[in-house]
Write a protein that binds this ligand. Sequence first.
Ligand code: TXA
Ligand code: MG
Length: 345
Amino acid sequence: MKTRILKPDATALHEAAALLRNGRLVGFPTETVYGLAADALNTQAVNAIFEAKGRPGDNPLIIHIAEIQELDRLIRVKPSPVARRLMDAFWPGPLTLIFPKSDIVPACTTGGLDSVAVRMPSHPVARELIRLSGVPVAAPSGNRSGRPSPTAAAHMMEDMDGRIEMIIDGGECDVGVESTVVDMSGDVPRILRPGGITREMIAEIAGDCKVDSTVMRPLKENERPKSPGMKYRHYAPAGQLTIFHGECENVIAAICETYDHAQSEGHRALILALEPHIARYGDRRCVSLGRDATEMAHVVFSALRGADDAHAEVILSESVEAEGIGLAVMNRLGRAAAFHIVEVD
Ligand code: TXA
Ligand code: MG
């Protein structure tokens, strides 16, 4: 199969929508990352997603809808008043809510769970594609399992060439990290995966918001996370990634020292640094993480892909504070590093 990359004009979107209705897979842009779309209610199509990604079958998919009315038939009980308020505030947008699933949602879509994750993306191409297809769209991030999520059509092509029929190219994704996944089963919303809608934003609407403890630490042996995706090694570059945290001057000094040591031992090293610090590393190899946490969210996955492209064996990264969008950035970087974080104060 030859994978085509098409601009999001009306012809391409109609063709993509027809593919979805026929149980085929399509790559498409969202405001977070590129997704791998299929009809969420078609068991064969959903199985093809797991196959194309090389994804374990117990890791559930998010269902994407274009209109709020489409939620009703996917869920078993009406959303709580708090869930309603969150949907009013943040849909369409990078917020995924988990509800008890209805019988029409196949078990393969939810990885065998009795709950279903739903989101309404804000990207106009994503919404138009879902609307034209007329089906609820299951879509994980469009990477092969274990690779960083794609934030551009070219990234998705690297991972999916020959595995799917087409990728709709909507340019670079706006947010750069995946949606915030929130468990609504308790009294207080609980973030299972941080993303573009921050804990602070949710707390302002819902009164309170918890962050699951698995977000910023490795799992214990035999621990079963609420979000099954958490247990898999995600976003991982081939090289050994270490994150440095602490006072800026000390971080830069520690990274320089570790870099020089690695190079002297014959290992190819690479630094992921905030833009204003890059000059401080002299002629050491650096990739920019942007100027702040928001820019870092935008580039973190392409920086990790870049580290692979550069065949870096030792990757040394600066960090930001784990608050606001910084929580999502540090969760992705942390997991890519298997939470190998050096405190340098
Ligand atoms: O921004 C996004 O959410 C992107 C774009 C394409 O929409 N999609 C995405 O999907 O990131 P995926 O499959 O890569 O990540 C879905 C995450 C996984 O960690 C999965 O375990 C969790 O959501 N999840 C899905 N359904 C769940 C459920 N019923 N209960 C708990 N966690 C669930
Ligand atoms: Mg993913």
